[in-house]
Ligand binder design. Structure first.
Ligand SMILES: NC(=O)c1ccc[n+]([C@@H]2O[C@H](COP(=O)([O-])OP(=O)(O)OC[C@H]3O[C@@H](n4cnc5c(N)ncnc54)[C@H](OP(=O)(O)O)[C@@H]3O)[C@@H](O)[C@H]2O)c1
Length: 277
């Protein structure tokens, strides 16, 4: 049994569906489970023991919006080890390495806790620009995407590529026992992203560059808790300084196929949007 925590989210739902297609018994866990899913809340330990029954491996999406997830995640992972879980694949971020605090601390402890593990460190998701994500809504309603990244570039990645790496890390006979920095095929600035969105959707989309304080205020106005809003804005500042201007060969190395480009991702995902606009 493979437990997919956050199995209704952006990568989790693709991971769960792919595992099931390939014949792996899968338990989909989240706070508001879909039919057949399992109720699990990182913040409610009463939901934890049952989720672990018969589980061999876990795909772990951290509690979303939590600046310091370690005190919430580590007791659960201790319990998982005691319950016989052998392998854990943690979804982290390219912006977070192993560290003494925050999600980096969970990353740093994973190999001590479990004989089999992997940490996925994807760059920013292409998904942020489609469906009801804030950039997508802003592009659709106001013809702009807003960032504090300046001219900085990001190796945006398709969540389906992240999910395929996750599935391999969960099911390959030999555990990866490594952290994977996962990017798409090219690093793009937000100006370049806006140009592709305009081209594919047929509607003008511009990038408006703001400073980190203004961006944090925008996030807060959209309901993001203040400390997390500042954390997100600080990541944009780091992008502006070049922190995400890179590509890796992880997707091709692990899955045997190249990662999808942003243009191809948009052609697939925005076709329906522009038809219904
Ligand atoms: N977006 C990006 O560009 C980006 C880039 C790099 C890394 N990441 C990382 O990706 C991770 C997930 O992002 P996402 O966009 O996939 O999120 P998402 O689509 O919102 O999915 C989150 C999933 O976790 C579940 N969940 C949320 N809070 C939970 C809780 N307290 N207990 C149990 N389940 C909970 C949600 O379902 P319920 O709401 O029903 O519980 C959902 O299934 C984050 O850790 C983020 O740092 C994102």
């Amino acid at each position: 049994m493979i437990l997919v925590i956050g199995g209704t989210g952006t990568t989790g739902r693709i991971v769960a569906a792919t595992l099931a297609e390939r014949g792996h018994p899968t338990r989909i866990a989240s706070r508001r489970p879909s039919p057949g899913g399992f109720r699990f809340d990182w913040y409610d330990p009463a939901t934890h023991p049952e989720a672990l029954g018969g589980v061999r491996a876990i795909y772990a999406i951290p509690p979303v919006g939590e600046v310091d997830p370690a005190p919430i995640m580590l007791p659960f992972l201790d319990r998982a080890r005691s319950a016989g879980v052998r392998r854990v694949v943690l979804l982290s971020s390219s912006a977070i390495g192993p560290a003494e605090h925050g999600l980096g601390l969970v990353h740093a402890r994973l190999g001590e806790l479990f004989p089999e593990w992997a940490v996925l460190r994807p760059s920013w998701f292409m998904e942020n620009f489609v469906s009801e994500q804030p950039h997508a809504v802003s592009a659709r309603d106001h013809g702009e995407i807003v960032s504090a990244t300046g001219a900085g570039r990001v190796g945006f990645v398709d969540p389906a590529d992240i999910a395929e790496v996750a599935v391999r890390a969960l099911t390959d006979p030999t555990s990866h026992n490594i952290d994977h920095v996962i990017t798409g095929p090219e690093a793009l600035s937000y100006d370049e992203i806006a140009a592709v969105l305009s081209e594919v959707s047929g509607r003008s989309v511009k990038h408006r560059a703001v400073d980190a304080a203004e961006l944090a205020a925008r996030h807060s106005a959209n309901g993001v808790p203040p400390d997390f809003a500042h954390f997100l804005a600080s990541l944009d500042t780091e992008i502006g300084a070049g922190a995400e201007d890179r590509t890796t060969s992880t997707v091709a190395d692990v899955t045997g196929r190249p990662p999808r480009s942003f243009r191809d991702f948009c052609r697939d995902r925005l076709r329906g949007d522009s038809a219904s606009a």
